[in-house]
Design a protein around this ligand. Structure first.
Ligand code: ADP
Length: 429
């Protein structure tokens, strides 16, 4: 029998014979009820224990969430006053984050932003709505915060304040960069078209000045030849500018072929043999044993090498010009280095870094003495970039220079990944 029932029988029915009818049946029914009540009580207690444990856990989770929350959380009452403030401190307001409670949130907005804030608050008070409004601080440059507002009942609103200053600046920079790139492409496309327009009349000037020089009396011949020479120089500049502009405008595509390097090097050297012989220079080509076939744009690589070999011959009065071709890895990528070595006039140290920029010549009197445009190396740098490679220089003033071009063995995979037109060329040993 239930202990409590036993105590109560002793207290209230003491002296009564409980073995006689109808007591036994009655007492058994009551005892059963007591037992069931006991079970129910135990169940309720267990349930309460569990739910209070869960409640504690949920509380701890919520605390953790608020602690880790990257934004500031404000509660704003129906009158627009801040009633609580949790989460991350912010540089949005003139008042330190700890002192925000009690202030009217609206007063922290600039006069020009208050109307937008009022509209956002009114919209956010609609059930289920989440409204975003922007807040700009008075700092120079201003910090920008995004405030997300949502109703939490009885006219109150929760405001999540997020600092988006850095994100906005990054976005602005990205847009500015995109704008600059688009402008640069437009400029290059314009230049490419203009160069076409300029070349047609120039060809007429060249043709007529040459023809007239042949037939003109001796006193006029020299002037006509001068016109012809200047025209030719102008055409060189135009051709180089056209090439550069076409690359910058993204109009030049890479055509990758299997290039047998030994034969290719011999072909490049053969192109400058006449000019070298005229100056009495020794011309050599050395190809390392590990160099065989590479995948690259043959025409563009040849254009680069002819430019470097042409310069080497041009700026060397006596001695030698050597093309040295060796297998060489760069950044773990297999490739080939073509080094053009000369015993010429050399280049002063301070000029080396600028040499690959447009229109740079070491000595402007070079133009008169040696000819040239100051665009050849700039074009080489861009062409190498298209091939996924790079070009560099080492030189000692008075004793010679080495211009080196490195290209990857697999130009199809690497094309365009090399030195981009806007990045100065690296020096290659
Ligand atoms: P350019 O048409 O004037 O040769 P480049 O861009 O090819 O234009 O070369 C730029 C300048 O770099 C040259 O004017 C010259 O001063 C210098 N330069 C290039 N190659 C050599 C070299 N092998 N030796 C000495 N100076 C060189």
């Amino acid at each position: 029998m239930h202990a409590l029932l036993q105590r109560q029988l002793r207290r209230y029915l003491d002296g009564i014979d409980l073995t006689a009818a109808p007591w036994p049946a009655f007492l058994e029914a009551v005892d059963q009820s007591y037992l069931e009540a006991e079970i129910d009580r135990n169940l309720v207690e267990t349930a309460m224990e569990i739910s209070s444990h869960e409640l504690l856990q949920a509380n701890a989770e919520l605390r953790g969430l608020v602690q880790a929350f990257p934004d500031l959380i404000l509660h704003v009452d129906a009158d627009g006053r801040i009633t609580s403030c949790r989460g991350r401190a912010t540089r949005a307001f003139a008042v330190p984050t700890g002192g925000l409670v009690g202030h009217e949130l609206r007063t922290f907005f600039r006069a020009g932003e208050q109307a937008a804030f009022d509209d956002a608050m009114a919209a956010a008070r609609q059930p289920g709505a989440v409204v975003t409004v922007e807040h700009t601080s008075d700092d120079r440059p201003p910090n920008v915060h995004e405030m997300r507002l949502a109703a939490i009942g009885e006219g109150s609103v929760v405001a999540i304040v997020r600092d988006v200053t850095d994100a906005r600046r990054t976005e602005d920079l990205r847009l500015a960069k995109e704008g600059a790139e688009a402008a640069s492409r437009a400029k290059s496309a314009f230049l490419a078209n203009m160069s076409h327009e300029l070349r047609t009349p120039l060809n007429a000037i060249l043709g007529y000045s040459e023809m007239l020089a042949e037939e003109a009396p001796a006193d006029m011949r020299e002037d006509l030849q001068r016109i012809h020479r200047s025209g030719r120089h102008l055409l060189q500049v135009l051709n180089a500018m056209l090439d550069i502009a076409r690359i910058e405008a993204g109009m030049v595509r890479i055509e990758v072929d299997a290039v047998e390097v030994r034969a290719f090097a011999a072909e490049a050297i053969a192109a400058v043999r006449g000019a070298a012989a005229q100056k009495g220079l020794t011309l050599d080509v050395v190809v390392g044993p590990a160099v065989h076939v590479i995948q690259t744009d043959r025409v563009k690589l040849l254009q680069v090498l002819l430019n470097l070999l042409g310069n080497a011959v041009k700026f060397t009065e006596q001695g030698h010009v050597t093309l040295d071709v060796q297998a060489a890895d760069a950044d773990g990528q297999p490739g080939v280095t073509f080094a053009v070595r000369d015993s010429g006039i050399g280049i002063p140290d301070e000029m080396l870094a600028r040499l690959f920029q447009d229109f740079v010549q070491v000595d402007e009197s070079n133009t008169r003495r040696f000819g040239g445009t100051g665009l050849g190396l700039a074009l080489c740098r861009r062409l190498c970039g298209l091939l996924g490679g790079r070009v560099g220089v080492e030189s000692t003033l008075g004793s010679g220079s080495t211009f080196s071009v490195w290209v990857p063995c697999d130009g199809a995979a690497a094309a365009g990944r090399g030195d981009t037109p806007s990045v100065p060329a690296e020096r290659v040993a």
